[in-house]
Design a protein around this ligand. Structure first.
Ligand SMILES: NC(=O)c1ccc[n+]([C@@H]2O[C@H](COP(=O)([O-])OP(=O)(O)OC[C@H]3O[C@@H](n4cnc5c(N)ncnc54)[C@H](OP(=O)(O)O)[C@@H]3O)[C@@H](O)[C@H]2O)c1
Length: 343
């Protein structure tokens, strides 16, 4: 089997570290592996599959001879992705820099793999909450068109990176020890104000953009339209950060064009690759973030009729946003390209 030179940008971060786990777990056919981060991490040693790798500062020339560049370095994508493409690499990018670019496919491999072949060097991974939601929408949408979606998210702190994970731990410890609580990261490191996340909920993720919606909320709207290639679906979102380490949860209410019973929804969801149905009220069975963490599948439960509209359904959708919401989705795109000779 052909092997590929792979670079991971952001290798020291939450998503970058998950890339490494997945490459090993899924036996991704790599030849050389380059681990890239900022100058802060240059020289750091990361042990991977019995070998020591030295982290290098990411620069345009880091991508020379790289076939596949997995990007999880935040805002650096904007400048480095075109440089990597210039040097012949295919970039699969976790940032939001190129998602809405009409030239860039925005892909969830179970949902719209056909978009991959149109790439011009960069393929974008959607926002983590969008990926988790569309995994539960697509099997239903393929049977009955969705008219309207009302989604509220309960997003884990790891969605904001490694510093936010540490911030939750430090704050919980400070509260328990009755010491002063410091807040420097959430709801966003670059925002002018910060709030305590421990024992709290923050109804703001990213900056406010239009009509008092946040950028995270509008990403869910615009990206879902692009992935489904249907701009007629009404979508409204409220995104909330919760003091959970890992896995995003979403309350998803949908209005359909025609009838679909909760039983039928359960059947189509259970058949869809990458989705599992965990739904048995009699046994108190439903998805929870603690138990979906480190799992590849998106889990759906609490599926029931919304009788306030002619054809309504409610679902509770939970998935590991570092896995399916980021690293796994990107690795699946790379695997698809390898299988279909698209690299
Ligand atoms: N966490 C999630 O659940 C999630 C889900 C979907 C998408 N994403 C996206 O994935 C990307 C990475 O997120 P993350 O959560 O892994 O963040 P993170 O834990 O904060 O890690 C950020 C990584 O980027 C590197 N980096 C930062 N500035 C850099 C620079 N100037 N040049 C090169 N590397 C630089 C960091 O290196 P140093 O260690 O040297 O600072 C680190 O390796 C972001 O775009 C994020 O929006 C994250």
């Amino acid at each position: 089997m052909k092997k590929y030179n792979v670079a991971i940008l952001g290798a020291t971060g939450a998503v970058g570290q998950e890339f490494l786990k997945l490459i090993e777990e899924r036996e991704f056919p790599f030849n050389e592996l380059k681990l890239l981060a900022s100058e802060r991490s240059a020289g750091k040693v990361i042990e991977f599959m019995g070998k020591d790798y030295i982290v290098e500062e990411a620069k345009p020339d880091s991508f020379k001879d790289v076939h596949i560049a997995l990007f999880a370095g935040g805002a650096t994508s904007k400048t480095l992705a075109p440089e990597a493409v210039k040097r012949g690499a295919v970039v699969i990018d976790n940032s939001s820099a190129f998602r809405m670019d009409p030239e860039v496919p925005l892909v969830v491999p179970e949902v719209n793999p056909e978009a991959i072949k149109n790439h011009k060097g960069i393929i974008a991974n959607p926002n983590c909450s969008t990926i988790i939601m569309v995994m539960a929408l697509k099997p239903i949408y393929d049977v009955v068109k969705i008219k309207r979606i009302v989604v509220s998210t309960y997003q884990a702190v790891s969605g904001a990176g490694k510093e936010a994970i540490d911030e939750l731990t430090d704050q919980v410890k400070a509260v328990m020890e009755k010491s002063p609580v410091e807040a420097n990261i959430l709801p966003g490191a670059s925002l002018p104000k910060h709030y305590q996340i421990a024992f709290n909920l923050l109804p703001q993720i990213d900056v406010f953009v239009e009509d008092d919606y946040t950028k995270e909320e509008m990403k869910m709207v615009h990206e879902t339209h692009k992935i489904l290639n249907d701009y007629t679906v009404g979508i409204t979102a409220t995104t909330v950060r919760v003091p959970v380490y890992r896995s995003h949860s979403e309350s998803v209410n949908i209005e359909l064009d025609g009838p679909m019973s909760p039983e039928e929804a359960k059947q189509v969801l259970a058949k869809f690759p990458g989705v599992i149905v965990e739904d048995n009220p009699a046994e108190m069975l439903y998805p929870m973030p603690l138990y979906t963490s480190d799992r590849n599948e998106v889990s759906v439960g609490r599926i029931r009729a919304d009788k306030t509209v002619p054809h309504g359904l409610n679902m509770w959708v939970v998935g590991d946003q570092i896995r399916k919401g980021a690293a796994l989705n990107a690795v699946q795109i790379a695997e698809y390209m390898v299988e279909h000779n698209l690299i």
